[in-house]
Write a protein that binds this ligand. Structure first.
Ligand code: CTP
Length: 419
């Protein structure tokens, strides 16, 4: 970790030169307008820890939207403005740069969204969750690179501690309880002793948070590199049972999460797979409670539900030498991610082999003849067409036929048998 207070050379090492050039240019524009511009929050923490971070947060003492508009003209980036909040996001290459006006926040009641007012940088840092996230770097020419660390964030990074800035932090915003566990586990830090005491005291405050915000926190947990670590810690500190009393974070769950990362799961589905693994041991009723409590959206809810339903197929799938057509009939119609959940959750090699076969191959098998072809061959229009198509698929799956010609022959035979 760099020891100096001026971090301009550290910024140079940490960020690519086009981005350093951009920050210097925006700092100069800000100064010209009479504003102060700072890099704040997670990126400052990660810069000091030398962990990569592609999301830059800029705080402006001044008109953040106007500055973002000027900054956008320096790049080829895409600017999205939220006038109501006085914020803007500039997307540029693989970078995302947020501009916000420095603000103070007050909470009318625990769990409410904060009342926001323009404020100084110092107020803006004080409203933040943890000391390690409450540092800023000055970007104005003349003081470029100067670290502003009013709350001991750098010392806490060195001591590897997650520490709140004040007593009421978790009361104001109990989502910070989950955030504390995320940072602790992600960075391999510890909760500072008083912070841990306050966290334990404020666990009931988790009930003041809206379903959508709680779900969002859980989604962020599930995006971590090793969410099981956060969940285990949440279990230990009784945060997980507050989410739902039936949730457990056992060694089995950790092993399943690890296995999920080892099989090839599309990145976009990994969080749903984790969620379904977390809820896998629940009863149907507990699962439905969980879905409605957290307002789990359609796609993820489908994966959670299908994973439960698939439990009824596991006995069959454990059978040795199961015909591919039977595997197909058992597994078709379920969300693909739920298949991965079942494959990861099972201890039976036969089950995971059969699911793997279906997922990687069988589900794509279909006859080459279409319904129209069958009608031309003499199959009566109506439900019989579908039945023939399914029979053709089954025959293909089981290797009884392999070509279009063979399909024609077998259809002719079936028609003759029917008379
Ligand atoms: N913040 C906060 N309280 C919250 C959420 C956010 O004080 N409940 C502040 C923190 O200072 C945080 C900043 O807002 O650094 C940005 O939030 P976010 O993007 O969620 O976090 P990052 O620090 O960027 O961390 P991460 O690496 O997890 O994205």
């Amino acid at each position: 970790m760099a020891e100096t207070k001026n971090l301009s050379s550290r910024i140079k090492e940490y960020l690519p030169s086009e981005l350093t050039g951009f920050l210097e240019a925006v700092g100069a524009i800000a100064a010209y307008q009479g504003y102060h511009l700072y890099l704040v929050g997670g990126v400052v923490r990660d810069l000091l820890l030398d962990r990569s971070n592609l999301d830059l947060d800029l705080v402006v003492e001044g008109d953040a939207v106007a500055l973002a508009q000027q900054a956008a003209s320096v790049t080829q980036g895409k600017l999205t403005v939220h006038r109501r909040f006085g914020t803007a996001r500039l997307r540029w290459g693989k970078w995302s740069i947020d501009f916000a006006r420095a603000r103070s926040e007050t909470y009318d009641r625990p769990g409410a969204l904060p009342r926001v007012n323009p404020g100084s940088l110092s107020e803006d840092l004080f409203r933040r969750d943890f000391t390690i996230n409450a540092m800023a770097i000055n970007l104005n020419p003349g003081c470029y690179g100067e670290l502003i660390d009013s709350y001991g964030g750098r010392a806490d990074l060195e001591k590897r501690l997650v520490r709140v800035l004040h007593e009421k932090s978790f009361t104001d915003d109990a989502t910070r309880i989950w955030r504390a566990l995320r940072y602790e586990q992600r960075l391999d830090f510890q909760l500072e002793a008083d912070t841990r005491r306050l966290l334990a005291r404020d666990i009931p405050m988790l009930d003041t948070i809206s379903s959508d915000r709680v779900r969002h926190e859980l989604e962020l947990v599930l995006k971590e590199a090793q969410p099981e670590k956060v969940l285990r810690r949440a279990k230990e500190l009784k945060v997980l049972s507050r989410l739902h009393p039936a949730l457990k974070a056992s060694h089995t769950l950790s092993a399943r999460f690890q296995r999920a990362r080892e099989v090839t799961i599309p990145e976009s589905q990994l969080a749903s797979v984790y969620l379904a693994l977390l809820t896998y041991p629940l009863t149907d009723k507990e699962m439905e409670d969980f879905i409605s409590l957290l307002r789990v959206p359609g796609r993820s809810a489908e994966v959670v539900r299908d994973s439960q339903r698939l439990k009824t197929k596991l006995k069959l799938l454990a059978t040795a030498n199961l015909a591919p057509s039977r595997i197909y009939t058992a597994l078709q119609g379920y969300a693909p991610a739920a298949l991965l959940v079942s494959a990861v959750a099972t201890d039976s090699p036969a089950v995971s082999r059969n699911i793997g076969l279906f997922y990687g191959w069988l589900r794509y098998v279909k006859p080459s003849l279409t319904g129209d072809c069958l009608i031309q061959m003499g199959v009566a229009p109506g439900p019989g067409v579908r039945e023939f198509l399914e029979r053709l698929r089954a025959a293909r799956l089981d290797g009884e036929i392999a070509t279009r010609q063979e399909e024609r022959e077998v259809v002719t035979k079936w028609l003759q048998e029917r008379g």
